[in-house]
Design a protein around this ligand. Structure first.
Ligand SMILES: [Zn+2]
Ligand SMILES: [Zn+2]
Ligand SMILES: [Zn+2]
Ligand SMILES: [Zn+2]
Length: 765
């Protein structure tokens, strides 16, 4: 997804293999500028034609039948009782379709949910009167309803919406910042005067080993905000499969990112404004649509299929140069030719800098800093992120070069050159530039653009930051919402990029739209480096897997976890906890070879690793089937199956195995959909024990589990335990996501709801 589709990768690989050895050598050693020049010569019309062919697999032109197709599929899902999927499909078409679903008669218990959703849509569209009417009707409906329990979370949602409505009425501005959690931030925040978006508790340092990095310049407490940065550029990831072919799997939420989130600001779409020219860009508002068009989409619109084919990195690279503007792009590209070595190898230029920093002269001369020594989240800073030109394999550089050159040729052929070169007047850019040069030859300006894009594609391998959101999982008509982080977009954050990696990081990153917030996940004392985990966390991966994963970033991790686990005879925490146990005596199975032996000497049972791994795979299959049953509303069967899985797992997995916890979590989920809150809570407590053991008591993972437990206890009227669980969840989640995050607000609303709970409801249970 980040890289071009496999067919195009294969094609360029074959072309590479067929090149004259001398040319291969030249390409391997070429500067970015020469790579583009050579790439233009090597890319033949044959390859270009093949690329056009590949684009047909990713159709993005406007299809008038798509809307009715979605509506039909929505009705199908609706009939199957898969309301969440139905709603999602309905919301793809437009607000009017929810009205249609309503007139088709939703089952009574689901009506409030649909109405709430509709009120939310209306609120976002600024139709306050309509939203209010719905909320009023809903209140009276709920007041009449005898079965209060299933509506408790809805009541809570209702009061939340009423608050929003009140806010809207007070300030009739459009939806700006509504889903963001930045308004009224009570935290103390003092911005650093040398690094934009960073806290004054940090300083920018540099040394040969670690490059640029951020260090605490004073003691930092857990939960303190350290960086607040808006992405310089971000591109919504389309998701793995296109939703138009496949029936069931296509409803995977990841597959429909483009339908669920605004193409520009990444807010969740409730009623979308589609681009008039293509089927893949949808926006939260006309304002976003207009701004996206002005900033980049006028150049991207007709190239949707090509951008999907060439992958997200190429897309981010193109959008980066479009946002930067040609003047800035060419200034920095030119500078990189004249400033020679400094630009190819920023570290090389920094010797005098560290001396200067020691002397208190600040960060003047740090690559990416402006002349006053200030590091800004700007194109200049982004341009100076390391492209690692020498470390990428020549084949990879070749693939990137050809992809970028092909993209620029397409831009030229489509008459979009003027749009790329930031010529403002529409007359200028809508008219294809017909000049004397042959269509094969890229203009000098586009060669400059291609060179910058090639740099960005190479930089992305080490500097791409995923923007994730917490997305609702499961059938969604239960009262307990299960959420999981999902990759939404790929972005450049120049300040965030200053953070080095550790497998045991001391910060947590969260996102709201396209803005990232870094918070201290634990106390950090003055002088300590601030460290971010690039993916392989020591609680989730074995050291060998981590080191393998990190090799793509061209460094070897020397964090405390890696140093310790690389000692001879030391096993990764992950392998100890997720071990097999003896089928006879339940002791841990040991051994590095194909045959594992029971650690209890008296037992002496042995088993083949392959056999046990096979059983683990079967078990995972069975669990998946159970979840499928739940999804189609067969909760009783799902429970039976999960209990059987648990029995089976007990005979060969260690009781601490993460999968044991997952099964408990699934069971809790099923019982919750049945309204059996006590059983649900019982299973969830066990799941929490295991999650705590693996990830630690103050981890995000534990926080999310406690959040679920709070909802279950809330629904089951276990008031005092609910309150204490809410408190614990709040403590953990506010460290990672801040006191203004959606999760914390939901917890606080639950708390308020519990304390205001009418006496008669409490007495009824
Ligand atoms: Zn938007
Ligand atoms: Zn478009
Ligand atoms: Zn490490
Ligand atoms: Zn044994």
């Amino acid at each position: 997804m980040a890289l071009p589709v496999a067919e195009w990768q294969g094609r360029t690989a074959r072309l590479w293999a067929a090149l004259q050895p001398a040319l291969r050598e030249r390409l391997a050693a070429a500067s970015l500028q020469d790579a583009v020049r050579l790439g233009c010569d090597v890319l033949r019309s044959e390859e270009e034609a093949a690329l056009v062919q590949l684009c047909h697999q990713a159709p993005t032109d406007k299809k008038p039948e798509a809307a009715s197709w979605y509506r039909e599929q929505g009705n199908r899902e609706f009939k199957r009782g898969r309301y969440q999927a139905a709603l999602r499909l309905y919301s793809k078409v437009c607000l009017e379709d929810i009205a249609r679903a309503e007139s088709h008669g939703y089952p009574d218990r689901l009506l409030p949910k649909v109405l709430l959703r509709k009120a939310e849509c209306l609120l976002c569209l600024g139709r306050l009167q309509d939203a209010q009417d719905i909320l009023r009707g809903l209140e009276s409906k709920i007041a009449l309803d005898g079965v209060m329990t299933t509506h408790l979370t809805r009541l809570q949602k209702l009061s939340q919406l009423k608050v929003k409505l009140g806010e809207k009425e007070r300030c009739p501005e459009p939806a700006q910042g509504e889903h963001g959690g930045t308004q009224g931030e009570p935290e103390i925040w003092e911005e650093n005067n040398r690094i934009s978006g960073a806290s004054s508790s940090l300083s920018l340092s540099f040394d040969a080993e670690r490059g640029r990095h951020l260090v605490a310049s004073q003691d930092i407490v857990a939960g303190q905000s350290l960086v607040k940065e808006e992405a310089f550029v971000s591109v919504l990831c389309p998701g793995e499969s296109l939703p138009l072919q496949d029936g069931d799997t296509a409803w995977d939420t990841r597959a429909t990112n483009a339908d669920l989130y605004c193409h520009r600001c990444l807010r969740q779409l409730l009623a979308s404004v589609p681009c008039q020219g293509c089927s893949y860009a949808k926006y939260c508002s006309q304002d976003c649509a207009d701004r996206a068009w002005q900033q980049y989409h006028r150049a991207e619109c007709s190239l949707g299929a090509l951008l999907l084919t060439l992958g997200v990195f190429c897309h981010v690279a193109l959008r980066t140069v479009l946002l930067a503007g040609f003047a800035e792009v060419s200034r920095l590209v030119e500078g990189s030719h004249h400033g020679d070595k400094n630009f190819q190898n920023p570290e090389g230029s920094c010797k005098p800098l560290s001396e200067a920093a020691d002397a208190g002269a600040g960060s003047r001369g740090v690559p990416g800093c402006d002349s006053c020594g200030r590091y800004q989240s700007s194109y200049q800073a982004l341009f100076h992120l390391l492209p690692h030109t020498e470390q990428h394999s020549p084949e990879h550089k070749f693939l990137c070069t050809l992809s970028v050159v092909a993209l620029c040729k397409q831009l030229q052929a489509a008459g979009l050159e003027a749009a790329v070169l930031s010529q403002k007047s529409p007359q200028q850019w809508s008219k294809p530039k017909t000049c004397e040069k042959t269509s094969d030859e890229l203009s000098p300006e586009l060669k400059t653009v291609a060179e910058a894009m090639l740099r960005h594609v190479l930089q992305l391998q080490c500097n791409a930051q995923a923007i994730t959101v917490m997305q609702e999982l499961g059938p969604g008509d239960g009262a307990v919402v299960d959420k999981k982080p999902v990759r939404l977009a790929t972005a450049f954050f120049p300040v965030l990029s200053l953070l080095n990696h550790s497998c045991c990081p001391n910060i947590s990153v969260s996102f709201s739209g396209t803005a990232a917030t870094v918070r201290a996940a634990q106390p950090i004392s003055s002088g300590q480096e601030v460290l971010h985990c690039y993916g392989p966390h020591w609680c989730r991966m074995r050291v060998a897997e981590r080191q393998q994963f990190l090799s793509q970033y061209f460094f070897k991790c020397h964090c405390p976890a890696c140093l310790q686990e690389l000692e001879p005879g030391v096993k990764s925490v992950v392998s100890i906890r997720n071990s097999f146990c003896c089928p006879k005596c339940q002791a841990q199975m040991q051994g590095e070879e194909d045959t594992l032996c029971c650690s209890n000497e008296a037992c002496a049972t042995s088993a083949s690793r392959d056999h046990l791994s096979g059983r683990l795979q079967d078990l995972q299959q069975q669990i998946k089937k159970a979840l499928d049953l739940l999804r189609v509303g067969k909760a009783d069967q799902a429970i039976k199956m999960l209990l059987k899985c648990q029995m089976d797992a007990g005979t060969f997995l260690s009781p601490e195995h993460l999968l044991m916890g997952e099964m408990e979590d699934h069971l809790a989920q099923v019982y919750a959909t049945l309204g059996k809150w006590q059983e649900a809570a019982r299973h969830l407590r066990k799941s929490i024990e295991i999650v705590e053991m693996h990830h630690g008591p103050s981890s995000v993972e534990t926080g999310h589990e406690l959040f679920k437990l709070a909802q279950i206890l809330f629904n089951g009227f276990a008031v005092s335990e609910a309150l204490s669980t809410i408190q614990r969840a709040e403590g953990i989640l506010s460290v990672h996501f801040g006191p203004q995050s959606a999760q914390i607000q939901e917890l606080q609303e639950m708390k308020a709801c519990l304390s205001e709970l009418p006496r008669n409801i409490l007495q009824r249970t």
